[in-house]
Design a protein around this ligand. Sequence first.
Ligand SMILES: NC(=O)c1ccc[n+]([C@@H]2O[C@H](COP(=O)([O-])OP(=O)(O)OC[C@H]3O[C@@H](n4cnc5c(N)ncnc54)[C@H](OP(=O)(O)O)[C@@H]3O)[C@@H](O)[C@H]2O)c1
Length: 240
Amino acid sequence: MSTKSILITGATSGLGLSLFDDYAAQGHQVIACGRNQQQLAAMQSKASQVCQFDMTDKLQIEGAAANVESLDILILNAGNCRYIDDAKNFDGELFADVIQTNLISLGWLLHYFLPKVKKGGQVVFVSSSATLLPFTRSEAYGASKAGMDYLANSLRLDLVKEKIDVTLIHPGFIKTPLTDKNDFPMPFLLTSEEASQRLIQAIEQRKRYAHFPKRLTLLLKFISFLPSFVWQKLILKGSH
Ligand SMILES: NC(=O)c1ccc[n+]([C@@H]2O[C@H](COP(=O)([O-])OP(=O)(O)OC[C@H]3O[C@@H](n4cnc5c(N)ncnc54)[C@H](OP(=O)(O)O)[C@@H]3O)[C@@H](O)[C@H]2O)c1
């Protein structure tokens, strides 16, 4: 197995941290990104490089990218989840914050890091199975991830001529600090270690698209094919 240069955004916590640990244990050169300085410092000995930046700040991304050389794999994993609790009194600030973090920042990450991805390399987008169906309170998170899906699928077409593959991932629920805040049942919850293994396998196989766990994602896909009045009833029933 050849050593690869792999940059992971959101490497300081949850799924990104498990990916970091797994790739570093395999002997790859891993560039860990995040905001949490203390956590990045603790990862320094295993990382080939750590990059501290807030991805909602274009200048910080530009500064971090200036110190990064060529990449085999760019994993766009960092993200945030916040819910719209009162749809009638729609929280525009919250919506803008989630779209800024999960979607707008992707444009700047691609702007500065994509030119560093080698021919034959890969870009990986960590989206969510939440985009398979609309869910209650998910207006902001779901819209940001649906935007990511379109971005990834469109980019894949345009990167064919550059010989760069794009992998889009739809994970189900994973136990991380992001979901520890959830106050609703999360069926088929995976550990971040399990999710990391599935992601790494999909990346190795250079899949265009991967979703897991199948017992959740196939069920969601099946429900999405039913008439909208049926899935609306099912979703509302499940959320009360
Ligand atoms: N957990 C799930 O069930 C689940 C399901 C489907 C999809 N996903 C997706 O998987 C990805 C990872 O989620 P997770 O569950 O591992 O969450 P997490 O434990 O909360 O980790 C989120 C990571 O994103 C980074 N991040 C957030 N905002 C940032 C910003 N403005 N600038 C730079 N870095 C930022 C955090 O870094 P710092 O703390 O250092 O700032 C952290 O490393 C997310 O995109 C999420 O939407 C998660």
